[in-house]
Design a binder for this molecule. Structure first.
Ligand SMILES: O=c1[nH]cnc2c1ncn2[C@@H]1O[C@H](COP(=O)(O)OP(=O)(O)O)[C@@H](O)[C@H]1O
Length: 175
């Protein structure tokens, strides 16, 4: 047998007045020092979405109004070496709801334990050097499991950044 986990990428579109950041994408600094998405193990008997919503309440204070459902399902990956089936969900929130979650994190059960920080993925281009993507530096960090791959796939599929820019940032370290 194997265990199940569920993780979520939450993002929002920023107000048009925000010229540098068109979107915000949430990730977290985990207790083990790596970057990943909020979420965790789903207990036996609990359905995936219920498990995910429970984990997201503990980590970022997700409330009923923003609960994940089957329509937010993105895909699953099996990690043979640790016998884990990881289920991935993606949801777009309003900027207001996104910011509320960021702020609530500091008062959550898991703060300072499993969750060492909620961060926004740096998506902006340098104003001085148009070839420079903050993302290329960001990709140099260590990510848990296939979180980096999940991030890349969502950035492209949800049209958060042009595919060519994501590709550039993932193959070139420019600074
Ligand atoms: O963002 C992610 N993407 C893919 N897999 C992840 C991510 N975060 C954690 N995992 C994997 O799922 C397992 C369970 O998730 P959880 O967040 O509870 O981590 P933990 O067991 O290290 O506390 C982890 O051991 C890790 O292998």
């Amino acid at each position: 047998g194997y265990r199940h986990a569920a993780h979520a990428l939450i993002y929002c579109k920023m107000a048009p007045s925000n010229e540098k950041m068109k979107h915000a994408v949430m990730m977290q600094l985990r207790f083990d020092g790596t970057l990943g998405f909020p979420g965790g193990f789903v207990d036996g008997g609990e359905n995936l979405e219920n498990g995910l919503n429970r984990e997201l309440y503990e980590e970022i204070g997700l409330t009923q109004a923003n609960h994940f459902t089957e329509t937010d399902y993105f895909g699953s990956w099996y990690h043979e070496h640790i016998r884990l089936m990881d289920h991935f969900y993606v949801k777009k929130l309003t900027e207001n709801d996104f910011v509320k979650l960021e702020n609530r994190t500091l008062e959550c059960h898991d703060w300072g334990g499993e969750t060492m920080g909620i961060i926004r993925v740096p998506l902006q281009k340098s104003s001085k050097n148009p070839n420079f993507y903050s993302l290329s530096q960001f990709f140099q960090h260590n990510f848990i499991g296939n979180a980096k791959h999940q991030l890349i796939q969502v950035l492209v599929e949800k049209n958060i950044l042009p595919a060519v820019d994501v590709q550039d940032a993932s193959v070139n370290l420019i600074n």
